[in-house]
Structures are given as C-alpha cells and as structure tokens.
Design a protein around this ligand. Structure first.
Ligand code: NDP
Length: 335
C-alpha cells in the first residue's frame, strides 16, 4: 500500500519537499471495521489550510501524518454488518491506497445512479458548497447579475449554472481563453472574463452594465478589488474561498480597507463567510435538485483526472494556481 504524508509545513507556496510518498502494509480490519481500497481521491483547495499550523476552522494535518482528503472507496473486507465486500462508499480516507474505517461517516453510493466520482464533485462537497452558498446567502433573483470567479472549477461552474436556472445573468471569471470559452459556450454563462487580461477590471465593468447583485467570492486578491466598486446597493457576497491568498505569508489590511468599510455601510453590503457544513440541513434538497439538474443537462461538469497517487502532490500544487481545468481528481485505483 502507498500513502502521501505531510513531510514539512510550507512557508508560502507548497513545494515537492513538503510531501513524502511512503509504502506501508495493508492494514487488517478489526471487530466492527472495514478495509477500504481507494478509487478516487478528491483534491481541494482547503487542503492548503490543513498544511498550516495555527488556528482555523479545522485541525491541521500533523507533520508525518497522512494528507487529509475525501475519497470514493471500495469495501474489500468487512467485519461490519452495515457494509459488504464490494460496496462503493464515500469516505474521508485521505491520500492513501488503503484505509480502515469503523463505518462512521461512510455513505454508500449507488453506481447505477451516477458516476461514482461525482460523489466528491458536482453531487458532493463542491456542488453542495455552490448550491448552499449561492441560494442561502446569495439569494439570486431573476434579472439580477451574479459574478463568480474560478468559474470553470468545481464550485464556480456550478454557481453560475444555478444562477442561470434561477433566471439571473451569470458572469464568470477564469484564467485563460480556453477556460473562458468553456464557461461561456459549454456552461452557458452570459459572459466570462480572463482575470489575467491587463484590461480585466474595465472588461468586467463593461460586462456588468447594471452592476453586481451577487458576488460569490472564491478568490479574493486582485479579482475582489476589480469586483468591489461594481457592487450594487444591498448586494450579497457569500464568502466561500480566497484561493489567491492561501499562500500569502503576511496578512496586512489593504490601504483601502477604510474606504471599503464605508461602502459596506452606505451600500448596505451583506458579506457572509460560510463553510459548507454550516448548511448540512440542506443536504437533502441539494441532492434532489442537483441530481435532477445534472440528469436534465441543466448543470454540466468537467473532471480533471490525474493518474496515480504518486502524482497527487504535483496535481495539488497545480490546483492552487489554476493548472486544473475542472474538478481535480486523482485516480488512485481501478474502478
Ligand atoms: P477549483 O476547481 O475552482 O480550482 C481552483 C481554481 O482557483 C484554479 O483552477 C484557478 O482557476 C483559481 N485560482 C487560483 N489562483 C487564483 C488567483 N490568484 N486568482 C484567481 N483565480 C485563481 O477549486 P474549487 O472549486 O474546489 O474551490 C473554489 C473555491 O471554493 C476555493 O477558494 C475553495 O477554497 C473554496 N471552497 C470553499 C468551501 C467552503 O466550505 N467554504 C468548500 C469548497 C471550496 P483559474 O485558472 O480560472 O484562475
């Protein structure tokens, strides 16, 4: 068996030396336990936070500990009456080929209902993040303008498509012409702008002639600075992620923080940070609606598959700077 551990904590951008691939003996399940074989590992931006020490909403991965992560696994041995050999389950087995579980937190998947990889993508945590953040906080109305960055990614692609279903205008922001073309032509956003274009702020303004009513914040940094002046009175800003800032080593308030707060007051802007589990009570609604939208072709998704656990560190480092095009997955074992 093979696993990837956190070799050291990164300072700034993670590099290969922060990870170590190790061999280990396939563990034996005890009383009430199952042995899992990982098929899909999901790579997600939050893992950058787990590599840091210090206070956050979740505990860090210890140095020499297995990198944390959502997985789709096959049960290959079971001493737990709730699971049989051959069951496919959603698990949180981390960056490793085999793991033991007592069954708590495992969810059985039906491979006939949807491709099993979607359980960590559009029908899993990222899809749920888009659905809950946009609907519970953004509350987009027909005719309003919704803007989302990282628009070709796991969360952003779903945000814009749900906004369209609700009758809003969806404006995406993505890195590069290929991603922008995909977002506009295949996902059906009204427009998509390249944040690396030197004229990006002016082009964003031109694409939002009526201002911005909902800004689904995935990115922070320079993209946020371009969006902020365009926010309308009573705009809603679900603050989901700040991926442009995850490798920052200092956090100083920008010089315009005072002006920003004045606008928050006068324009009555509603910023609200959230972590997807805050909305756990919406999981049933999410699964019902999203499964239906995917079946009907109203929500499309793209997967970026990296082959083999050894390549997980490189794929993860790429995810933090836009090397992925779609939901980043690692195929750890055959399905
Ligand atoms: P994505 O599939 O969107 O991949 C990350 C993307 O971020 C990259 O492809 C890149 O897209 C974009 N990006 C990276 N650096 C920058 C930058 N400096 N400026 C602009 N864009 C950048 O990942 P996810 O959909 O999984 O996650 C999207 C966001 O949602 C992240 O911030 C993540 O932390 C957050 N999140 C929050 C959750 C919560 O519970 N609050 C749960 C899940 C995700 P491009 O090439 O287009 O720039």
């Amino acid at each position: 068996a093979k696993r990837v551990v956190l070799a050291s904590r990164p300072h700034g951008e993670p590099g290969p030396s922060n990870f170590r691939v190790e061999d280990y003996v396939v563990p034996t399940p005890g009383e009430g336990e199952v042995l899992l074989r990982t098929i899909w590992l999901s790579l997600d931006p939050y893992m950058r936070g787990r590599m840091n020490d210090g206070p956050s909403y979740a505990a860090p991965v210890p140095v020499d500990g297995v990198m944390e992560g959502g997985t789709v696994c096959e049960v290959i041995a079971s001493n737990n009456p709730g699971f049989a050999k051959g069951d496919i389950v959603l698990a949180h087995a981390g960056w490793q080929t085999h793991a033991i579980s007592d069954g708590k937190g495992l969810r059985k998947l039906d491979p006939k209902l949807a491709p099993i990889s979607t359980a960590v993508g559009i029908l899993g945590m990222p899809g749920m993040t888009a659905y809950t953040g946009l609907l519970a906080i953004g509350n987009p109305q027909a005719g309003e303008t919704v803007v989302v960055a990282a628009a070709s990614g796991a969360v952003g692609s779903a945000v814009g498509q749900i906004a369209k279903i609700k009758g809003a205008r969806a404006i995406g922001i993505a890195g590069g012409a290929d991603k922008c073309r995909y977002v506009k032509e295949e996902l059906g956003f009204d427009e998509c702008l390249d944040h690396r274009d030197p004229d990006f702020p002016a082009k964003l303004k031109a694409a939002c002639p009526n201002g911005i009513d909902v800004y689904f914040e995935n990115v922070g940094g320079a993209v946020f600075e371009a969006v902020f002046p365009l926010l309308n009175f009573f705009a809603r800003i679900p603050v989901c992620g700040l991926i442009a800032q995850y490798n920052d080593t200092t956090s100083e308030a920008p010089k315009w923080a005072g002006a920003m707060m004045r606008n928050v007051l006068t324009k009555r802007l509603n910023f609200r940070g959230f972590i997807v589990r805050d909305f756990a009570s919406m999981h049933g609604d999410f699964l019902r609606d999203m499964s239906q939208w995917v079946r009907e072709g109203k929500v499309k998704y793209k997967e970026h598959v990296t082959e083999g656990l050894d390549n997980a560190p490189t794929a993860f480092m790429g995810l933090l700077k836009g090397a992925n095009f779609g939901k980043q997955l690692v195929r750890v074992g055959a399905d």
